[in-house]
Design a protein around this ligand. Structure first.
Ligand code: AMP
Ligand code: GLY
Length: 428
């Protein structure tokens, strides 16, 4: 199969790494890719949001399957454009992508389909929204910009002042542009988060092992949210019992809802859950592989990924069931100093070849913001690399991953030292 992968992050490098191992693969292309992906795929200089250019290129190159990484392309309707042109593509069309593209739409559908989620109210007027804050009696409240905001559109405010500031930034200052024309204000939920991803054809599901992301920049989950600073899989809080509850209360109602509302959904459905001893809710849905979760989940996959993605794209998942290693994987993200605020790029990265020379087949380095320059690999984004290691237990994986992370150096590099520490108590 000739496969085109769309995107340029750690998630896409992980998918490229796995697809490159498939005996069914004839040739892998990636648009636009990064310095890690270009070692295993032919990179094409087309941006992930240039749908017209991607479509004509895929047609010319006789691409058999296109796999979409980022939500932006999906929300723009890449899958509809490709399908109309007779091109096979993995990812939902615009209607399904609304589940991630509009928080208002997603919350209303969750309510309609009976999927548990925090109580919410929608506003398109700043003064009305501000007045509504009084109902929270000075307590915590969550403010969400309606549209896409690169993972930064949600503020969990500890009190009314912070909430009002977030409302002002979103609705008046328009820091996320038109994404801030409407907001969702919702109750703050407590508990632990877990990400559960499933590959679906709209009728059947292949549910992937659970993972937990680390969204905050600082250790102990302090500081502003990022795209994700690390992940591990499996997440021990996601017990077999919770998996059953998730299937019955989230995934089954979702598939039923898609049918009722005539939404053809093929691709990944990602449920972000908030779980506590006495409560269970969906925080939100995404319509693509999570990042960095994918970097911790996919290395655990024993079977071939390509037939699964192709079957989902064809709308016929059938009885394909991926097989998984019974092990533990940890991904630690190394970012540029200053991220998620301002940061500088262009710094050479050292230590990568040292790790490669060790030839440990349970360590993988996934590139995110990197590019090649004058024979060097240099930093080119906020999240620069994801280092994943796996082993028979979490301690082994942690030791291995941090051993590798410590060998990687570039000016201003930063990583969290406490990835997966929350899970350790479950094994002791
Ligand atoms: P994102 O997936 O990037 O939109 O980030 C949303 C994040 O905000 C979630 O992963 C939670 O950490 C947090 N969040 C969203 N909704 C709530 C809520 N109702 N209560 C508490 N935290 C929330
Ligand atoms: N890890 C969070 C996300 O992919 O949205």
């Amino acid at each position: 199969m000739r496969v085109l992968l769309v995107g340029s992050g750690g998630r896409e490098h992980t998918l490229a790494w796995k697809l490159a191992q498939s005996p069914l693969l004839e040739k892998l292309f990636c648009a636009p890719g990064n310095a890690g992906i270009e070692k295993i795929a032919e990179c094409v200089n087309i941006k992930a949001d240039d749908i017209a250019a991607l479509k004509s290129w895929a047609r010319e190159q006789k691409i058999d399957l296109t796999v979409v990484g980022p939500e932006v392309s999906l929300v723009m309707g890449i899958a509809d454009h490709f399908r109309e042109a007779g091109l096979k593509i993995f990812g939902p069309g615009q209607a399904g992508a609304m589940l991630e593209g509009s928080k208002v739409w997603a919350k209303r559908k969750m309510k309609k389909w009976g999927i548990p989620t925090a109580d919410f109210t929608v506003f398109d007027d700043f003064d009305d929204a501000r007045r509504h804050l009084a109902r929270f009696y000075g307590g915590a409240v969550v403010i969400k910009a309606d549209g896409l905001a690169a993972g930064k559109g949600v503020t969990v405010a500890s009190g009314p002042e912070e909430a009002e500031q977030a409302l002002y930034d979103i609705m008046v200052e328009k820091v996320f542009g038109d994404s801030g024309n409407r907001v969702v204000i919702e109750n703050c939920l407590n508990g632990e988060e877990v990400s559960v991803l499933a590959i679906t054809d709209g009728k059947k599901l292949a549910i992937l092992p659970s993972a937990q992301d680390h969204k905050a920049i600082g250790e102990g989950d302090k500081g502003p949210n990022t795209g994700g600073m690390g992940a591990y899989s499996p997440a021990p809080i996601y017990t077999d019992q919770l998996a059953e509850i998730t299937l019955d209360r989230v995934f089954k109602p979702l598939l039923k809802g898609f049918q009722e509302d005539y939404i053809n959904f093929s691709g990944v459905i990602y449920a972000g859950l908030m779980v506590s001893e006495d409560d269970f809710n969906v925080l939100e849905f995404n319509v693509r592989f999570g990042d960095p979760e994918t970097q911790a989940i996919i290395p655990r996959m024993q079977s071939d990924l390509l037939p699964l993605l192709a079957a989902s794209a064809e709308g016929e998942l059938g009885n394909l069931e991926p097989r998984w290693q019974n092990d533990h994987a940890v991904c630690v993200v190394i970012s540029s100093g200053g991220y998620p605020g301002e940061y500088r790029t262009g710094y050479p990265i050292e230590g990568l070849s040292e790790i490669e020379k060790e030839k440990d087949d349970r360590i993988a380095i996934f590139h995110a913001g990197t590019k090649s320059k004058d024979g060097w690999i240099v930093t080119d984004g906020g999240r620069v690399l994801g280092v994943t290691a796996w082993g028979s237990n979490l301690d082994v994986a942690l030791k291995k991953v941090y051993g590798a992370v410590e060998k990687i150096r570039f000016e201003g590099s930063y990583y969290r030292r406490d990835i997966a520490h929350k899970a350790l108590k479950h094994y002791r």
